[in-house]
Design a protein around this ligand. Structure first.
Ligand code: ATP
Length: 314
């Protein structure tokens, strides 16, 4: 253990990982404070799972160093594993066992002491007690996720690594799941969670965005948005698809994104962008409104500007 463990649950620097000639994690450094919910975002295949596995000692980085819960991610992987709850994308459970039996099974495999008390307490804490006798196969997606979370909390970890825990779960169950995460964080448990959902990104204390293995931004949602320096306008009116095509490549226009019945147009040079939009709207029936740049605008912008280094020689 070292001193930074008091402050940081995860503190890693310059992580690299290659698979064959693919450089799938490229110089990733990140810090997650204790009790913080840290969101990990990025397109499919951008290196989130690989980074998570290196941080918890399941995979050895080719280069880089750091600590997880104060333990060295290369030399002290066993200690880390004992204190981390890792929920993989494919959580497996026995469909023909009840919730209680599934948890008991996990506790048995890991030879946890005081099994019955542990399972009872976990059932209570996660609001699963009333369903403890229900067969897992008959549960909705939301309850299955809650069981998965319970299984990785059984051994009372200090850090949760959750890899897309709510993929395919309905909005109400996702909201409940996130309230649970905030309750855990309030108790001092740190959470690193990967997600593709914007509403979930906004519920994190901090975020990192990764594309093609490179970390492109890190901070609070407000910092990540401000970091790209975009101005954004919302345009409403007819023929927005045609307008979007016409605007592309015009001075000041870096991006057009359709949001329902409106078009978001963003650019780094706010004055030029405004001039171009005013000219395009002149004499027509378009409504132009200056808007706050959203996280989604910023993620689309970063993704479009990142280049595919996968497949390049290592
Ligand atoms: N064991 C492996 N061997 C070879 N390539 C791998 C291995 N694991 C991952 N990859 C490749 O590394 C890249 C990053 O994968 P990773 O699973 O880390 O991405 P991700 O951001 O978690 O994606 P997703 O959002 O789809 O879960 C992908 O191109 C993937 O195919």
């Amino acid at each position: 253990m070292n001193a930074s463990a008091d402050e940081f649950a995860i503190d890693v620097h310059g992580l690299h990982k290659h698979f064959g000639d693919k450089h799938v994690v490229n110089d990733v450094s990140l810090q997650v404070r204790r009790g913080e919910i840290f969101g990990f975002l990025g397109p499919n295949g951008s290196g989130k799972t690989t980074s998570i596995r290196m941080m918890c000692g399941l995979l050895t980085p080719d280069a880089g160093s750091g600590t997880c819960l104060g333990y060295d991610i290369v030399r002290e992987a066993d200690q880390i594993k004992r204190q981390v709850g890792y929920m993989t994308q494919k959580f497996s459970y026995w469909e023909d066992l009840t919730i209680r039996e599934n948890l008991d099974f996990v506790a048995r495999i890991y030879e946890m002491p005081d099994r019955k008390a542990l399972v009872d307490r976990t059932l209570d804490e996660l609001g699963l007690a009333s369903r403890a006798g229900q067969l897992t196969g008959s549960l909705s997606g939301g309850w299955k996720q809650r069981l998965a979370l319970a299984a990785c909390l059984l051994h009372q970890p200090r850090l949760l690594l959750l890899d897309e825990p709510t993929a395919g779960v309905d909005p109400t169950a996702r909201r409940d799941f996130w309230e649970e995460l905030h309750r855990l964080a309030a108790r001092g448990i740190s959470v690193l969670v990967s997600t593709h959902y914007m509403d979930e990104a906004e519920r994190c204390h901090k975020l990192a965005y990764i594309a093609y293995g490179r970390l492109l931004a890190q901070g609070t949602a407000a910092e990540v948005i401000a970091g790209q320096g975009l101005s954004t306008w919302t345009i409403e009116g007819d023929d927005l698809t045609e307008l979007a095509q016409r605007l592309r490549g015009q001075p000041g226009v870096d991006q057009t994104v359709a949001f329902g019945a409106a078009l978001h147009v963003s650019g780094r040079d706010g004055a030029r962008l405004e001039a171009t939009l005013r000219e395009a709207a002149a004499g027509g029936a378009l409504r132009l409104t200056p808007s706050d740049t959203s996280l989604e605008d910023v993620f689309i912008y970063m993704m479009a500007r990142s280049s595919d280094n996968f497949g390049a020689p290592a």
